[in-house]
Design a protein around this ligand. Structure first.
Ligand code: KDG
Ligand code: MG
Length: 406
């Protein structure tokens, strides 16, 4: 069976979602997710202008070979744009393979290691009261793992707030429509507030509720090591991206100075970018993003490598990747023995009307319906109602006006 056609479609029922559609010569359709927040059109161009003609006629069964061809055969390797395009194609090919076998994808990956997958959701509060309130709402929904974020008031200037732009995606999108609207940042104030808010949450929430925080690469090595040491006593499930993902040596500093579980990964694009962290056990949870990492094929390889070194998975699952990506990760989560947790979101109604997900949330766990393939039904007519919207990623600047990680 051969690839007859590769198409892309963009739908924007909130975030811009880029969907890859592969049609085989005998009419089977596979879908994949190639979303890349803020660079959607660049990924679309790689697929439409470089890959779709080239891959026409290839045997759909040869997923690994097609993956190697696109990754190594094109000579210029790496980066989220190319790996995003490859992810969409890889997911669509796995969708086809499992549909042909009339099996849910996890069955081809080794079968179930568990019946359901534990998830964490985001909670954000501009004030302590709002944050606690939001936590209670989530706990009522059955969510027991909460990733918190908060606004920090400038200690020197009343009514100026340092906002964490990766905040609770259910309450507001990350992208901005005005790129010139830049935010302010002060790491010292944030670090103190992080310690204070964590203490407050631990005091006010029941002890069985797990809390975790995403630093989003905003601290330096020494700042992060100090914070990690302070937070040790509050029993965090993990501290995510405590430093910039390329500052790998700083993770050693953090590990040498605290026993806090560390999670990192959403900005790595290949296994070659992060395998040393696993092998040297500088990370406890590896949390790459399937849509920026080349799809299911490398995700499974990474999970297997992590298993050997006792590292768990906690794949990146924000709302800026579509339910197709969430479903694909869930199939991997179902099968790997070393699942830690899955980041997840409640998608809004417009998104759910386009993507009939094939999975559902029940008492804080995701469960999968045993549909063939990824199990997601894509309503293309509905998708057309939401055309592409131009959006940018946020920008933060420190008090001297220099750019800061957000
Ligand atoms: O588009 C960027 C988001 O995917 C990212 O900021 C979300 O850090 C994030 C997370 O852990 O969900
Ligand atoms: Mg993150």
């Amino acid at each position: 069976m051969q690839i007859k056609k590769i198409e892309t479609l963009i739908t924007s029922p909130g975030p811009n979602y880029l969907v890859v559609k592969i049609i085989t010569n005998d009419g089977i359709i596979g879908y994949g997710d190639a979303c890349l927040d803020g660079r959607t059109l660049a990924v679309k161009s790689v697929i439409d202008d470089y890959l779709s003609d080239w891959l026409q006629g290839y045997d759909v069964d040869r997923i690994e070979d097609i993956w190697q061809m696109v990754y190594r055969g094109t000579y210029w390797r790496g980066g989220p744009v190319i790996l995003g395009a490859l992810a969409g194609i890889d997911m669509a090919l796995w969708d086809i393979k499992a549909k042909r076998a009339n099996l849910p994808l996890y069955s081809l990956l080794g079968g179930k290691s568990r019946d359901k997958v534990r998830v964490y959701h985001h909670v954000h509060g501009q004030t302590d009261e709002k944050l606690i309130d939001r936590c209670h709402k989530k706990i009522e929904e059955g969510i027991t793992y909460l990733r918190y974020s908060f606004d920090t008031e400038d200690p020197f200037k009343k009514d100026v707030f340092f906002k964490q732009p990766h905040q609770d995606v259910e309450l507001g999108r990350i992208e901005v429509t005005d790129a010139k609207n830049e935010g302010q940042w002060d790491s010292a104030a944030y670090a103190e507030d992080l310690i204070r808010v964590t203490r407050m949450l631990r005091e006010k929430l029941p002890p069985e509720i797990s809390i975790l925080h995403d630093v989003h690469g905003r601290l330096s090595g020494v700042e992060a090591a100090r914070v990690a040491k302070e937070l040790e006593k509050y029993n965090l499930f993990f501290l995510e991206d405590p430093v910039d993902h390329m500052n790998k040596k700083a993770l050693k500093h953090i590990k040498n100075n605290s026993i806090i579980p560390v999670a990192i990964g959403e900005l790595y694009n290949t296994i070659y970018d992060c395998s040393e962290l696993i092998v040297n056990q500088l990370v406890d949870y590896i949390r790459v993003d399937i849509s920026h990492f080349g799809g299911i094929t490398p995700l499974v390889k990474l999970a297997r490598l992590a298993e050997v070194y006792g590292v768990k998975t906690a794949f990146h699952g924000p709302s800026d990747i579509s339910p197709l990506a969430h479903a694909a990760m869930l199939h991997v989560d179902m099968t790997v023995p070393n699942l830690g947790i899955q980041e997840s979101v409640n998608f809004n109604k417009q998104i759910m009307d386009i993507f009939d997900t094939g999975y559902y949330l029940e008492e804080g766990y995701l469960k999968i319906k045993d549909r063939p393939g990824l199990g997601v039904i894509v309503n293309e007519d509905e998708a057309k109602n939401y055309p592409y919207q131009r959006k940018y990623m946020p920008i933060l600047r420190d008090k001297m006006g220099a750019l800061h990680n957000w």
